[in-house]
Design a protein around this ligand. Sequence first.
Ligand SMILES: CC(C)(COP(=O)(O)OP(=O)(O)OC[C@H]1O[C@@H](n2cnc3c(N)ncnc32)[C@H](O)[C@@H]1OP(=O)(O)O)[C@@H](O)C(=O)NCCC(=O)NCCS
Length: 159
Amino acid sequence: MTLADLPQVLAVQSACYPPDLHEGPAAFESRMATSPTTNLVAEGTGGVAAYLLSHPWRSGSPPPFDAVLPPADAPLDCWFIQDLAVSPDHRGAALAARLFEAGAAAAAKLSLSRSELVAVGGADAFWRRLGYRPVGASRSLQDYGAAAVHMARELAAPE
Ligand SMILES: CC(C)(COP(=O)(O)OP(=O)(O)OC[C@H]1O[C@@H](n2cnc3c(N)ncnc32)[C@H](O)[C@@H]1OP(=O)(O)O)[C@@H](O)C(=O)NCCC(=O)NCCS
């Protein structure tokens, strides 16, 4: 994902989420700047069809929703997936699975062996299929919406 992709990435976000679950460009830009290898797009014939927004973070404390990533105050020991979204007209083509695998490979290169995320809008069933399970969060996740579920899984050790 590059800054040039951002308008199309935000258009995919708008097509995938209700307005109260939209994050602004600053949230995306700060993650791209922090972690260039773990923010990815999948391109279709019409441009960006799907994206993965993710970065190294500390376990047990999801960053605020729709915020510039704050400075880390603890070791960055996990791969935090902020967002994975596929444009509705590109669903069911395994784009989500392929972006997840590419992101996990980038996370392994950063020696991150655990992953966390906050499932929103009922997506926890999707994440369960990828091996994530609910974990207790150290703070309220109201900013991620009423259906937010903090989830985690271990990642394969790098070879
Ligand atoms: C969740 C999402 C990324 C999956 O995209 P996709 O292109 O359908 O994913 P894939 O093609 O890799 O499908 C993976 C499988 O998960 C299933 N699946 C998709 N969404 C699901 C959901 N919400 N709950 C359970 N299963 C789901 C698919 O049916 C597919 O099943 P199959 O392998 O038996 O055919 C997409 O539906 C999306 O963008 N949703 C809106 C944004 C969102 O909620 N993102 C997650 C935020 S935490």
